[in-house]
Design a protein around this ligand. Structure first.
Ligand code: ZN
Length: 110
């Protein structure tokens, strides 16, 4: 029997391969729509980005999603990916550092 390897995919930002579950998948559905695939199970052509804001920025700036998927994702999708990455980064940060309420913005005096 063959050893089952964890499937790896290449990040569009840094070009490094990671296990699929460590990456964000963006999929082009058979209908031609670009969607964020949080389950990793949607049909279609997938593109992958690390859960890393720098990688996303790079991929976005260079239009790599469009190149890889054959169609450009909408701003809405790009925003969702960005938020998704931001929330992953925030949860990473809060598990390492003592949590500080992120919603409390500094308000000036009245
Ligand atoms: Zn990356």
């Amino acid at each position: 029997m063959k050893v089952r390897k964890i499937p790896e995919r290449r990040c569009l930002g840094c070009g490094v391969s990671y296990p699929k579950r460590d990456l964000i998948r963006v999929v082009r559905t058979p209908e031609g729509r670009i969607e964020l695939d949080v389950t990793g199970k949607k049909n279609g052509r997938g593109a992958y980005i690390c859960k890393n804001a720098e990688c996303f920025k790079k991929a976005r700036k260079k239009d790599r999603l469009k190149t890889s998927l054959g169609a450009a994702p909408s701003e809405e999708i790009l925003d969702r990916i960005q938020k998704d990455i931001a929330s992953v980064e925030a949860s990473k940060a809060s598990s390492e550092a003592p949590s500080k309420a992120p919603n409390e913005s500094e308000s000036g005096c009245e």
